[in-house]
Design a protein around this ligand. Structure first.
Ligand SMILES: [Zn+2]
Length: 394
């Protein structure tokens, strides 16, 4: 399997890098304009349209029209739903692996014909390990006003899992079928904290233009949530790697469906919980797992929280506000999230290396299996009661 990691460096901006970024943004906005005015759809059509014109007008080398078209088209696509005209406001530049060169820590980017910009990267031990590792393949580079991100990839043999662990993701926590639990209320707390700050700011300075920048994408709120989720995903993947587990997750649509009208949640709460932290956490787990060789599988989220993990009974009347799973059929009593996590784990089809099961011999196989299942459920419930796992700091 292929693992990809994006590594961030800092650098000292110069007049040249500033010119590069501003030219790139100008080209992107020009390309957006062309796409809208002439109805050109798709990044390849857009690239073909601007290929000659942009090289002549801006004096850039021939690799630029391609990445300009890619960035411009992604903005046009994203803004279709919006009222105002799409526009690239952030300074950024993207370039494919085949066009730049990286000599230890000196990044060399071609710009105008016959001109290259050399940028010394600033790095710590973490970044250094990527620069030094010659087995890694280098991918695209992204330059912003303050940072440079380079994506590295590697092929890694997938570990053969001994067991599976399913994770149920909800607003308050991520709960593993093996009883691990990480609290996520920090995400909601950050949303509320920044939401209050935003409101206060608008009330005090109704005509101020700053909040748009202050609270826009890439804001501190987003970064802090991202950092927090990074620690959680790191812990989840690290544990799976150490225990030779495969990770089973719900397909992202599950979360979107949960937070909708008529599921017993108040409007206020639905509004507060946005979707991106959940998708971000799933993505982080998937990326980190791929990098570590841990298999990940996404399963259909249908009924995972409404099914009894012990007898299979489906309780369609279950409301989101009920935090306990009390099975109307077999009477088993479990934490709601743990019950869902066990169901998610069972849906995983990744084959595991066989475990030798003690105590399952000498009896009818059905009975043995049933006892085994009960024993694991009790173990899981006990582990769960021990409470929240501390999230390791980076
Ligand atoms: Zn049951």
């Amino acid at each position: 399997m292929k693992g990809v990691k994006s590594v961030q460096f800092t650098y000292r901006p110069t007049e040249q890098t500033q010119e590069l970024l501003e030219t790139f943004r100008m080209m992107v906005n020009h390309a957006i304009h062309i796409s809208l005015e002439e109805g050109i759809k798709g990044r390849l059509n857009l690239r073909n349209r601007i290929y000659k014109e942009f090289q002549e007008k801006y004096g850039v080398i021939s690799c630029y029209p391609y990445s300009v078209a890619e960035v411009a088209w992604s903005i046009v696509k994203k803004h279709k739903r919006w009222q105002r005209r799409p526009f690239a406001s952030r300074l950024m530049m993207k370039m494919d692996a085949s066009n730049y060169s990286l000599n230890y820590a000196i990044l060399s980017i071609p710009f105008k014909k016959g001109q290259r910009i050399c940028i010394p990267l600033e790095y710590g031990d973490y970044q250094r390990s990527f620069l030094m590792d010659m087995t890694l393949k280098r991918g695209s580079v992204t330059l912003t006003a303050r940072t440079i991100s380079i994506s590295f990839s590697r092929r890694i043999a997938e570990t053969e899992p001994m067991s599976k662990v399913g994770y149920d993701l909800n607003e308050k926590s991520i709960v593993g079928s093996d009883g691990t639990k990480y609290g996520l209320s920090e995400v909601a707390r950050l949303h509320t904290e920044y939401g209050v700050r935003r409101r206060d700011f608008y009330e005090k300075h109704p005509r101020d233009e700053r909040p748009r920048r202050k609270f826009s994408e890439g804001s501190r709120e987003r970064n802090r949530v991202k950092q927090f989720l990074n620690r959680v995903s790191k812990a989840v993947v690290e544990k799976a790697r150490a225990n030779k587990q495969a990770i089973i997750l719900e397909r992202p649509k599950g979360i979107r469906r949960v937070h909708q009208k008529g599921n017993g949640e108040g409007r206020e709460r639905r509004r507060r919980i946005s979707q991106w932290p959940f998708r971000m956490l799933q993505q982080q787990i998937a990326y980190k797992a791929a990098w570590a060789g841990v298999p990940v599988e996404f399963v259909d989220p249908r009924n995972t929280s409404k099914t009894c993990s012990d007898c299979g009974f489906i309780n369609r009347k279950l409301k989101l506000t009920e935090r306990e799973w009390r099975c109307p059929s077999c009477g088993v009593n479990l934490d709601r999230d743990l019950n869902a996590a066990v169901n998610i784990e069972r849906l995983g089809k990744i084959p595991c290396l066989p475990l030798v099961r003690a105590g399952a011999e000498g009896r009818g196989s059905d009975e043995g299996e049933r006892e085994q299942r009960e024993a694991t459920l009790i173990l899981r419930a006990d582990a769960f009661k021990e409470g929240l796992q501390a999230c390791p700091e980076d």
